[in-house]
Structure formats: structure tokens, C-alpha cells
Design a protein around this ligand. Structure first.
Ligand code: EPU
Length: 420
């Protein structure tokens, strides 16, 4: 397995361009199953999760071509079930359930199972499909959803931790081809949901309210092909902003959507990071010492759980005490024990991590456990004195396009070590 070797302590300087959003592109690719006509998606990041999704669509019968950052999908003839092992490997693949049910009135998808950040149930997805009239059976590791008629309904999608992002996407994608009107209450407001609603509308769907907690969908008979450009990855942009801050650097981030990042930018400013925003560009620099801030993760527009681990690294290098509370996923603190290897002082009390920041970090070999934990370890390695080896970086390649190359462009001393 590949690893990253980082020689830390170098302030990052220069310019970086943000890629298309992983969490937007996966549901967009799934949405292409809703029409027999070709769909073209641009600004697609080169990620292993995207390659997985392309393989899943192919296994369902779609013709998928990838050229540079453009993916074309023609789902002329598809079947309701794909390769079990492929689908099982990536949690994001659950978002093929809605489009298959919408288009074919039948979907058979392997249950995604839990992962290191929590149990990650799909009860809300299933509740939505049932409300639209699907009969569900769970057997042999599959969920099978089938119906003769899909009929619009009022669906409340709020769960224990608030709305569900992919659940909202799934119900929206099934409902666009249902008979009549569907209203989703407590819908996720994330920009990725809005991006999907745009694409579906470009395909001929009738959707209003995306970006608010109430989404209304009026079903249509069929959808047609469309072209769409993926929104910038707000989590990647936040990760680079924090990389500039933790290394005491000065970085200009192009092609971002600062309006999708308000909670993160606000916290960075509160901790003393200088941020200038101009259109799609963010200029981030640190000038002197930082102040500790408390952070609680929330559904959008609150502070994103996908930036919690990276923010923890910033608090680790900030003198003073800060409390970081994780309210979306129950066990998303896997990075804490690895950060401790670099000298971080963090204790966990229930859903909160108490960070005693300011102790100098020193490089060590660490193990990445999930995507954002991996990003946090890279940031910590960049801030630490000496050499850090981040192992198991396939997690990073799932969600960050060429992160090592982009960081090298900013002056980081980071090398990918390929296992022979
Ligand atoms: N939940 C339920 N029941 C459900 C679905 C979710 O109880 O049926 C709970 C979850 O257990 C969690 C909360 O609701 O406590 C929110 O989960 P959500 O469904 O919103 O997560 P998701 O849609 O599966 C997406 C992103 C995640 C991101 C979350 C939250 C994709 C492919 N994944 O997951 O991204 O953390 O929304 O914003 O879009 C990442 O990029 O590293 C990542 C994990």
C-alpha cells in the first residue's frame, strides 16, 4: 500500500486550484441512470470513488466514458442490480437506489454496512422509498425495492442527527419520476443536494426548494440527457485553507465557493487566520499566533463534520484549550490517537474532544483510518518538525485529487512512496 512521506515545518506559499466536489459528483453520476439519453458531467475530479461509481454504472449496463475531467454516461438499457462487491465497497453507491427505483420501478442494491466513522444506517433512505410506494425486502445482504406504481408523498426525512444528505438525494431521484407531488420535510440543505437538484432540473425534472428544509418535487413521465459542471469541493478548499494556517503560510485558493464555506471561514477568522475572499478566490494567511476556538459539527450551513479532523489539527498547534464536538457521526475521532503519536494532547469526553494546543508536534509514522482523518494526518505532518509517514493513503485517493502534487506546488516536502 502507498504511503506519504512528509518533511514538515515548511510554511506553504503559492496558489492552488480546487477540484470538483466528490460528494456532489457521486449522486450526479447516479442521476444519469434516470434517462436513456446521454449525460455529460464536467469538472469531475480524478478520484478512486469516481472510478468506483463509473464501474458500478457500467455493471448496471450503462456506457461510461471518462476523458480528462469529463464523464459521459449513456444508460440506454440498464438492469436493476449491479455487482454486489463493487457496490458494497463504497458507501456513496447507496445513491443508485433512488434512480433505479425511479426509472425501472425496481432496485436491488447491496447494503452498504458501517464504516469506521459510525454505523451509518440507511433507515431514512428506506423510509423514503417506502413512502413512495416501494415494497422493501432485506435478504442476503441486499435491499430489494420494487413497485408497480411510484406515487408522490409527504416524507419527513429528519433523523437522530438531523437531515440525511444522500437520503435526500435518493428520495429526490426516485420522486422525479413518480406520479404526483412529493414533499420532503427536514431535507438536507447541503450545496451538493442543490447541485443535484440543478442537474435533475436540467434533465427535465420539476423541483423547488432545494437548499431549504422543504423540497417539493412534481413527478414527470421521463427525463432527457443534460450537461452539467460539478460544484467546487468545499471540503478540499477548507482543507487547503487549514493547511495554510497550520504551516504559518500564505496561500491563494482558486476556483472555490466561499459562499459554501461560511461556517469554516468564520471559525478560521475567529481563531485569527486572515482570510480575504474575492469572487471564487480565497487568500488565506496566518500572521503570528492563533486563538483557540470551540467547534461543534452540524448539518449545513453549520460547521461540516468533514472538516472536523482538519480543524482539530489547527487547534493542536494553537496555544490554549479548545473543545471540538462531533454531532453527526458517533465515532469520528479515529485521528485522535494518531495525532497523539505526533505529540498532540487530546482527550475524548463523550462526543467531544478536548484539545490542549500549543505543544510542538514532531513527525512519526501514522496510520490513516478514513478519508478526513487521513487529511488531518497530512496537515499535522506538514506542521510537525521532522518526518511523518502517513500509511494507508488509499483513503486520501478516494476523496482528494492529487493532494500530494497540489501540496508540492505550494512548497510542501511531500513524496508518495509506492510499495513494490
Ligand atoms: N443517518 C441515519 N439514517 C439514515 C441516514 C443517515 O440515521 O438513513 C444518520 C447518519 O448515521 C449520520 C447522519 O444521519 O448520523 C448524517 O448522515 P448522512 O446521511 O447525511 O451522511 P451521508 O449522506 O451518508 C454524506 C457524505 C459524507 C458526509 C455526510 C454528512 C457523501 C458520499 N458522503 O454522507 O462524506 O460526512 O454526508 O455531511 O456525500 C466524506 O466525504 O468524508 C464523508 C463521509
Amino acid at each position: 500500500m502507498d504511503s506519504l512521506l512528509i518533511k514538515g515545518g515548511v510554511p506553504l506559499h503559492g496558489e492552488v486550484t480546487i477540484s470538483g466536489a466528490k460528494n456532489a459528483v457521486l449522486p450526479l453520476m447516479a442521476a444519469t441512470l434516470l434517462t436513456a439519453e446521454p449525460c455529460v458531467i464536467r469538472r469531475v475530479p480524478d478520484l478512486s470513488d469516481v472510478q468506483f461509481m463509473a464501474q458500478i454504472l457500467s455493471s448496471l449496463g450503462a456506457k461510461v466514458t471518462v476523458k480528462d475531467d469529463t464523464v459521459t454516461v449513456r444508460a440506454a438499457k440498464i438492469k436493476p442490480f449491479g455487482d454486489y462487491d463493487l457496490i458494497r465497497k463504497m458507501r456513496g453507491s447507496i445513491c443508485i437506489l433512488g434512480p433505479l427505483l425511479g426509472r425501472l420501478r425496481h432496485a436491488r442494491v447491496s447494503l452498504p454496512g458501517g464504516c469506521v466513522i459510525g454505523t451509518r444506517p440507511i433507515d431514512l433512505h428506506l423510509k423514503g422509498m417506502e413512502a413512495l410506494g416501494a415494497k422493501l425486502t432485506i435478504e442476503n445482504g441486499y435491499v430489494d425495492a420494487a413497485t408497480k406504481r411510484l406515487v408522490g408523498s409527504d416524507i419527513f426525512l429528519g433523523g437522530r442527527a438531523g437531515p440525511t444528505v444522500l437520503g435526500t438525494a435518493n428520495v429526490m431521484m426516485a420522486a422525479v419520476l413518480a406520479e404526483g407531488v412529493t414533499t420532503i420535510e427536514s431535507a438536507a440543505c447541503e450545496p451538493e443536494v442543490v447541485d443535484l437538484a440543478f442537474f435533475l432540473t436540467e434533465m427535465g425534472a420539476r423541483i423547488s426548494g432545494a437548499g431549504s428544509p422543504t423540497i417539493t418535487i412534481t413527478g414527470v413521465k421521463e427525463l432527457h440527457g443534460a450537461e452539467h459542471s460539478v460544484i467546487p469541493d468545499r471540503i478540499e478548499a477548507a482543507t487547503f485553507a487549514i493547511a495554510a494556517a497550520v504551516t504559518n503560510g500564505d496561500v491563494t485558493i482558486h476556483g472555490a465557493r466561499p459562499d459554501h464555506m461560511s461556517a469554516v471561514l468564520d471559525k478560521l477568522k475567529d481563531s485569527g487566520v486572515h482570510i480575504d475572499r474575492k469572487g471564487l478566490t480565497l487568500h488565506v494567511r496566518r500572521n503570528g499566533s492563533l486563538k483557540p476556538v470551540d467547534v461543534t459539527t452540524q448539518p449545513y450551513a453549520g460547521f461540516p463534520t468533514d472538516v472536523q479532523a482538519q480543524m482539530m489539527v489547527l487547534m493542536t498547534v494553537t496555544p490554549g484549550l479548545s473543545i471540538i464536538s462531533e454531532r453527526i457521526f458517533e465515532s469520528r475521532f479515529m485521528h485522535v490517537s494518531e495525532l497523539a503519536r505526533l505529540g498532540a494532547e487530546i482527550s475524548i469526553e463523550g462526543p467531544s474532544a478536548i484539545v490542549k494546543g500549543g505543544r510542538p508536534l514532531s513527525g512519526a509514522p501514522v496510520m490513516a483510518s478514513d478519508l478526513r482523518a487521513s487529511a488531518a494526518l497530512v496537515l499535522a505532518g506538514l506542521a510537525a518538525k521532522g518526518e511523518t509517514q502517513v500509511n494507508r493513503i488509499y483513503h486520501l485517493d478516494r476523496g482528494y485529487e492529487r493532494i500530494d502534487q497540489k501540496l508540492r506546488g505550494l512548497g510542501a516536502r511531500i513524496q508518495r512512496v509506492q510499495e513494490k
